[in-house]
Design a binder for this molecule. Structure first.
Ligand SMILES: [Fe+2]
Ligand SMILES: [Fe+2]
Length: 129
C-alpha cells in the first residue's frame, strides 16, 4: 500500500495536470534530440509516450471541470494565440540582437504557427458558433 500523504483528490489532480504537462514537453524535446542523433525508433517511442501524457493531462483537466463553454474557451485561446504571436516576435528580435540565430529563426517559425492557430480558431468561431 502507498502511504497517505494527506493530499486531497483536487490536489492530486492539479499536481498531475502540471506533471503531465511538463512531461509532454520534456518527452518531445528528448525525441528531437533522438532524431538529431539518428535514433528514429527512440524518437518515435518518446513521442508515443508524450501523446499518452498529453491525454492524461487533458483527461484530468476535463475531470476537474476546467473546460467551460466551448465558444468562450475558443475565444480565450484565440486571444492567447494572438498574444503568443506578438510575444514570439519579441523573442525573435531579442534573440536576433544577441546573435542567437537558431533561436531567432525558431521564434519566427513558432510565431507563424501561433498566427496559423489564431486563424484556425477564428475560422471555427465563424463556421460553428
Ligand atoms: Fe502520465
Ligand atoms: Fe499556438
Amino acid at each position: 500500500m502507498t502511504e497517505d500523504t494527506g493530499t486531497t483528490v483536487d490536489e492530486h489532480i492539479q499536481n498531475n495536470i502540471q506533471g503531465e504537462t511538463w512531461e509532454v514537453v520534456h518527452y518531445m524535446a528528448m525525441a528531437l534530440k533522438a532524431d538529431n542523433e539518428g535514433k528514429t525508433e527512440v524518437a518515435r517511442t518518446l513521442r508515443d509516450i508524450a501523446l499518452d501524457e498529453a491525454a492524461h493531462g487533458a483527461r484530468f483537466k476535463y475531470l476537474a471541470d476546467e473546460i467551460g463553454d466551448l465558444k468562450e474557451e475558443i475565444e480565450k485561446m484565440l486571444a492567447g494565440e494572438e498574444k503568443a504571436f506578438d510575444g514570439k516576435h519579441e523573442g525573435m528580435r531579442e534573440a536576433d540582437e544577441s546573435g542567437q540565430k537558431e533561436v531567432a529563426s525558431f521564434f519566427d517559425t513558432a510565431a507563424h504557427d501561433e498566427g496559423r492557430h489564431a486563424a484556425m480558431l477564428r475560422n471555427l468561431l465563424e463556421q460553428y458558433f
